[in-house]
Design a binder for this molecule. Structure first.
Ligand code: UDP
Ligand code: MN
Length: 305
């Protein structure tokens, strides 16, 4: 007898890049901190499932499965773990993101394997249609709250928004957009918050895959001619992959983005403070309000509390 319960199962999908982890004790340590803190605070209701997607290579997968068994051994909520092969994803991504790579990859040549750094940009074309929302997370994070709460932010997207993301907390785009800022002295591009447009950080991203598929505007922006047009307008050559692309299109089309509170991705890297931007650094770095997720980016230590 089918009582229909299957249809009421609600899945909370999260995705993490998980490659070359076997080769790095540092990454393994970060993964431990991330998963143990996630498990510590995670709570889900009856009929809800946390689905963890990992984009991984075969050797990292074996290690990841073993580590996850240990981290999740005492959890009381339902969860599923899915590993996706990084090479398969890369092959499917490359034709979609090749144009982006030319502008936003390090060096002058676009390497085939770098396509994966643009996964979030074209995820709506890679994952199955029945997946309509997913949260992409770095592994150098430490959770201080229930991961389920992050999904409530999807319901606060304004119409037309495709991505929820936190602003960048260093003056990196003040640097990247240096030439455009020089030629347009009145611009807010690259200025600090709250009035300025400091760009985004890709450590925590809410991808409304349904909205990404439905948005004619968003998909047009992926076309080669449009990418070239905007990259020329803003005179930018980035190296961070997806976050450079999202930052650039947000300068032109802010309505595509829902700005998450800074506490959802409290970045800790201070590299730019000591590399020419000491005078303005704190204007970018400050984040008032509760911290839900720490991000130990550029190998920054994460506080113990
Ligand atoms: N990553 C990975 N293997 C690597 C390096 C990075 O899987 O060898 C993934 C991992 O999920 C990581 C993300 O890529 O969190 C982004 O890298 P990282 O967090 O080190 O960059 P940062 O936040 O410091 O800019
Ligand atoms: Mn990171």
């Amino acid at each position: 007898r089918n009582n229909g319960n299957e249809t009421s199962v609600q899945r909370y999908n999260v995705l993490m890049m998980f490659t070359k982890v076997d080769k790095s004790q540092n990454l393994q340590d970060k993964f431990r901190v991330a998963m143990l803190s996630m498990v510590k605070y995670a709570q889900f209701l009856e009929g809800e499932v946390l689905v963890l997607h990992f984009v991984s290579d075969p050797v990292s997968k074996v290690l990841g499965e073993k580590m996850l068994q240990e981290f999740f051994k005492n959890v009381t909520f339902k969860y599923e773990v899915l590993f996706h092969d990084v090479d398969t994803f890369t092959h499917r991504l490359f034709p979609i993101v090749e144009a982006l790579q030319k502008h936003f990859s390090a060096g002058s040549w676009s390497y085939f394997s770098d396509a994966i750094f643009f996964l979030s940009v074209a995820m709506h074309r890679i994952l199955p249609q029945n997946l309509t929302r997913i949260v992409q997370l770095d592994i150098d994070l430490k959770y201080r709250t229930n991961i389920r709460d992050l999904f409530q932010e999807f319901d606060r997207f304004p119409p037309g928004a495709v991505l929820g993301i936190v602003r960048e907390m260093q003056p990196v785009y003040r640097h990247t957009f240096w030439q455009y800022r020089k030629e347009n002295p009145q611009t807010r591009v690259g200025d600090p918050p709250p009035e300025g447009l400091p760009g985004f950080n890709s450590g925590v991203m809410l991808l409304d895959l349904g909205a990404m598929r439905a948005s004619a505007l968003y998909n047009q922006l992926l076309d080669t001619t449009n990418v070239t047009k905007l990259a020329d307008k803003y005179s930018i050559r980035g190296h961070l992959g997806d976050q450079d692309f999202f930052t650039m299109i947000s300068m032109e089309h802010p309505e595509l983005f829902y700005s998450l509170a800074c506490g959802w991705n409290r970045q800790l890297c201070t590299w730019w403070r000591d590399h020419g931007y000491r005078d303005v650094f704190d204007l970018y770095y400050r984040c008032d309000g509760p911290i839900y997720i720490y991000h130990g980016n550029c190998n920054s230590p994460i506080p113990d509390d």
